[in-house]
Design a protein around this ligand. Structure first.
Ligand code: SF4
Length: 190
């Protein structure tokens, strides 16, 4: 029997899944999807068997989810909810030279650190040289970088991508008690 797996932690609401598969999905009072007829697999992950006549709806719900919170597996445990067309794809080799192509963001730059005492990642915005004017803190990457974007503290797309990468690394370091140094590789071997 096909199964659906739902990761509540990824859900951002909106309810595309509810529209596609109301038998399996509803929204709770926090605007998070709830998977009906499910059992808890781990933490925020729930799993349910799919009735045969509801399979297409659930696959559609998975395809409509913008954050891939829903996955559908067939009897062989292969994922069946991803339907990506890969013919006629233009392949481009990734190339970038930081020394030659780096462009400073007009809005300033960020100093990022892990505060182990307070168990949070702190991202300080500097509008001028080494003067932190705003500090955004948190433990969930998307919450931190989206707060920064909503506050209009970043303008350059490359800078936004850099920020996402560094915040993800810092949160990973906090979670796994690793040392975080901005711009250095995370040492995950020890
Ligand atoms: S479509 Fe995805 S993000 Fe939207 S409510 Fe459903 S599970 Fe959540």
């Amino acid at each position: 029997m096909a199964k659906v797996e739902y990761n509540k932690n990824k859900c951002i609401g909106q309810g595309n899944c509810v529209a596609a598969s109301p038998f399996y999905f509803t929204l709770d009072e926090f605007n998070k999807a709830v998977l009906a007829h499910s059992v808890k697999k781990e933490n925020d992950v729930f799993i349910a068997d799919i009735k045969e006549d509801k399979l297409n709806d659930v696959i559609e719900a998975a395809k409509q989810c913008p954050v891939n919170a829903i996955r559908v597996f067939d009897e062989k445990e292969d994922i069946v909810s991803v339907n990506v067309k890969t013919d006629k794809v233009e392949e481009i080799k990734a190339e970038y030279n930081d020394l030659k192509e780096f462009v400073m963001d007009k809005k300033g730059y960020f100093l990022i650190r892990v505060n182990k005492e307070k168990q949070r990642v702190e991202v300080g915005h500097c509008g001028s040289l080494n003067k932190v004017d705003i500090m955004v803190y948190g433990t969930v990457p998307i919450e931190i970088y989206m707060t920064i974007i909503k506050k209009g503290l970043v303008e350059n797309m490359g800078h936004a991508a850099y920020l996402g990468r560094e915040i993800e690394k810092a949160c990973l370091a906090l979670k796994n008690n690793l040392e975080y140094i901005q711009d250095d590789e995370l040492d995950i071997k020890n």
